[in-house]
Design a protein around this ligand. Structure first.
Ligand code: FAD
Length: 393
């Protein structure tokens, strides 16, 4: 039976990065993935341009039962370290917005650089190879049963990602493996995902599909202002995707489409100028016309502006500032960019990502209960956690 120092399960961002580091340290490393190609999520990420990190990496931009857990790895291998790696690779990049860094060219450059570095460091990559099972061995180490035979290793790194986009090879395998070894798994759910609405809401939402609006969206004390988009199933756009990671079924979200303007004063001025003006016509000066037409139907005191009292105009302003909607669900793992929850951080050592009490077993990347905001945070977690385990295996 072939014996390696390190087997990495999953050739995504975290697995490849970990394997490169381990191989550079002289370990005999093999990465095993059932997909036909490595780094498929990197390839499709950021609309094909890979938002590979963010300038503003902060612990509060990660969701976890223990948000401080990620700090150790994020501080040891930072966004600046990965930017330096991109420069070493000669991959051109730019800041788009909100500290989000994207490749100038195709994201495949990042995958090519990672697989090249792995090969140069002497690491091996087995693609199209299913992993059937893992057992710990009596004298230490692990036996991994793959479609190409049983492999033995001293260290096993689980980098099999989350459940998002099953069409691309996501399996939830890492969670099952954690449970097999008695490690707790925080309940998983789709994150960074469009929200869906009941039929009665879709009656007015569907005609707005494709309309993007500026504003803020709030859930409790969490608020995002990065643009929203009506879809045939409900709402999407960056602000909604961000909020979806915090939203739970049955809860309302509140949209503020006033953009900080004094809506009541705007409407009072419009009324003084044209008392016969329809409310929707006046509202179209504030929000897209298609939305103005719908908002008029939501707002009880409807009619020409001249018939509306100051109090009624205040009510209209309040609807624009605090428009409450109750999603019925989300589009689920089919379109979610990430999986929330995962291997409980309490069971892992923050510095090395090794499972406590299980020498040689490591979990890195999305399979761990650390999920970033939209904007490059998830890849930074993959690089940082992969790097940290790569130093320890
Ligand atoms: P993955 O990249 O998911 O890799 C896991 C690997 O394990 C896969 O190759 C899979 O085939 C393999 N695997 C799974 N099960 C098995 C098994 N049983 N046996 C063998 N192999 C297995 N994040 C950002 O920061 N910036 C972005 O721009 C961005 N864009 C995204 C766009 C989309 C459409 C999606 C879906 C996600 C995006 N993300 C982005 C999130 C980011 O892609 C993930 O957080 C990141 O890829 C996680 O890396 P990982 O290595 O942990 O897992």
């Amino acid at each position: 039976m072939e014996k390696l120092d390190v087997i990495v399960l999953g050739a995504g961002a975290a697995g490849l990065f970990c394997a490169i580091e381990a191989a550079r340290r002289g370990r005999r490393v093999r990465v095993v993935d059932h997909a036909k190609a490595a780094g498929e999520k990197i390839r499709i990420s950021g609309g094909g341009r890979c938002n590979f990190t963010n300038l503003e990496i902060k612990p509060e931009r990660f969701l976890s039962r223990n948000p401080r857990f990620a700090l150790s790895a994020l501080k040891r291998y930072t966004q600046w370290d990965f930017i330096a790696r991109m420069d070493e690779w000669g991959i051109a990049w730019h800041e788009k917005t909100l500290g989000q860094l994207f490749c100038d060219g195709p994201a495949t450059q990042v995958v090519e650089a990672l697989t090249r570095d792995l090969a140069r460091a002497g690491g091996e990559l087995w693609l199209g190879c299913a992993v059937e099972g893992v057992e710990s061995e009596a004298g230490g180490g692990f036996a991994v049963t793959t479609a190409r035979g049983v492999l033995r290793c001293a260290s096993l790194v689980v980098a099999t990602g989350g459940k998002s986009i099953p069409k691309m090879g996501a399996t939830g395998f890492g969670y099952r493996l954690a449970e097999q070894f008695g490690l707790p798994v925080v309940e998983t759910r789709p994150g960074l995902v469009p929200l869906t609405f009941a039929e009665q809401e879709l009656v007015w939402m569907k005609p707005l599909a494709g309309l993007s609006i500026d504003g803020r969206v709030r859930h409790g004390r969490t608020e995002f202002a990065e643009g929203m988009l009506f879809t045939h199933r409900g709402l999407s756009g960056p602000a909604i995707l961000q909020l979806s990671s915090y939203w739970r079924e049955g809860e309302a979200i509140a949209m503020d489409v006033s953009l900080g303007r004094d809506v009541a004063a705007f409407l009072r001025a419009a009324r003084a100028q044209g008392p016969k003006l329809a409310l929707r016509t006046a509202l179209a000066g504030l929000v897209p016309e298609r939305l103005a037409r719908h908002l008029e139907t939501v707002i009880a005191p409807s009619g020409p502006l001249g018939t509306l009292s100051n109090a009624a105009l205040e009510q209209v302003a309040e609807v624009l500032r605090n428009w409450r909607l109750v999603p019925v669900g989300s589009e689920g793992y089919r379109t979610a960019e990430v999986t929330l929850g995962g291997v409980d951080t309490d069971a892992l050592d923050a510095r090395s990502l090794q499972a406590k009490g299980l020498p040689g077993l490591y979990f890195v990347g999305e399979v761990v209960d650390v999920t970033g905001w939209l904007g490059g945070y998830n890849f930074q977690w993959a690089w940082s956690s992969g790097w940290a385990a790569g130093q320890a295996v």
